[in-house]
Ligand binder design. Structure first.
Ligand SMILES: NC(=O)c1ccc[n+]([C@@H]2O[C@H](COP(=O)([O-])OP(=O)(O)OC[C@H]3O[C@@H](n4cnc5c(N)ncnc54)[C@H](OP(=O)(O)O)[C@@H]3O)[C@@H](O)[C@H]2O)c1
Length: 258
């Protein structure tokens, strides 16, 4: 029960990796704020999965790309829990298309949800974490921050910003006893892949090319997020931990599987 008595906000936790993170933190005792944007029903299902562990939950509808809505969410959390111990900036969106077809609107949309929200959610979390004597901030990233993935340019840039922001947060918020790290993933099988034309092919190709011989699951990601949220990770600061079964190490290599 590493998180008993703690409260955690996981943005975009109705589905996918966010849901797995919320459930993992709840399974270890955390009260969980489940944030959603468009889909209330899956968020209610996440809440039910968390409550099965006997913890309290709070559902908050908010577009994290909207600064007013973002601020409003932290006011709701303060009213309900009084403070906050863990912030996981997981929500993400983005325009998947080649550079020639990118538009300023898609850039703004993607950057506001994926990158700007990481900074301003951390800013709003600060006074709530100070009430608890400190806290932990985790950002979710992807291999597209470092490697080029097809049609992923704007999301890739937004994830590079998440990783850089994480390093700044780790340094500037250390004085408040707040730790910051990021978790990056290879191909994780979630609904997000349905937005890619070749989603099923991506999963099969990732499986074949991953030294671990299987694709990453949302639970694999959640386990590492939970570790970074725990006191055991106290001396890990500003890092991006890659959870990809070795996929990025073997790009271009022949993977030998039985
Ligand atoms: N899947 C992968 O292969 C992969 C790999 C590496 C990293 N990641 C990262 O892991 C995180 C989760 O990915 P996922 O695959 O689980 O995504 P997903 O299945 O597409 O789910 C996205 C979640 O974010 C929420 N969301 C989207 N826009 C939002 C907004 N403006 N405000 C609040 N919530 C919003 C959605 O809520 P609603 O349903 O309510 O709209 C949903 O719960 C992302 O940061 C992603 O970049 C994913």
């Amino acid at each position: 029960m590493r998180f008993k008595g703690k409260s955690a906000l996981v943005t975009g936790s109705g589905r996918g990796i966010g849901r797995a993170i919320a459930v993992k933190l709840a399974s270890e005792g955390a009260d969980v704020v489940i944030n959603f944007f468009r889909n209330r029903k899956p968020a209610e299902e996440t809440a039910a999965l968390c409550e099965a562990f006997g913890v309290a939950t709070q559902l908050v509808k908010a577009d994290v790309g909207d600064l007013e809505a973002l601020e409003g969410m932290f006011k709701e959390i303060e009213a309900r829990f009084g403070g906050l111990d863990i912030l996981v900036n997981n929500a993400a969106s983005g325009y998947i298309r080649p550079i020639e077809q990118q538009k300023p609107k898609g850039w703004d949309w993607t950057m506001n949800i994926n990158a700007r929200a990481h900074l301003f959610a951390a800013q709003h979390a600060l006074p709530l974490m100070q009430k608890r004597g400190g806290g932990v901030i985790i950002g979710l990233s992807s291999l597209g921050s470092t490697f080029t993935l097809p049609e992923y340019v704007v999301i890739g840039v937004s994830k590079a910003a998440v990783e850089t922001l994480t390093r700044y947060l780790a340094v500037e918020f250390a004085r408040y006893n707040i730790r910051a790290n990021a978790v990056s993933g290879g191909v994780v099988e979630t609904e997000a892949l349905q937005h890619f034309e070749n989603g099923p092919a991506m999963i099969e190709s990732a499986r074949q090319r991953t030294p671990a011989g299987k694709v990453v699951t949302p639970e694999d990601m959640a386990n590492v997020v939970a570790f970074l949220c725990s006191d055991e990770a106290d001396m890990i600061r500003g890092q991006t931990i890659v959870v990809d079964g070795g996929y990025s190490l073997a790009l271009g290599a022949v993977v030998h599987t039985e």
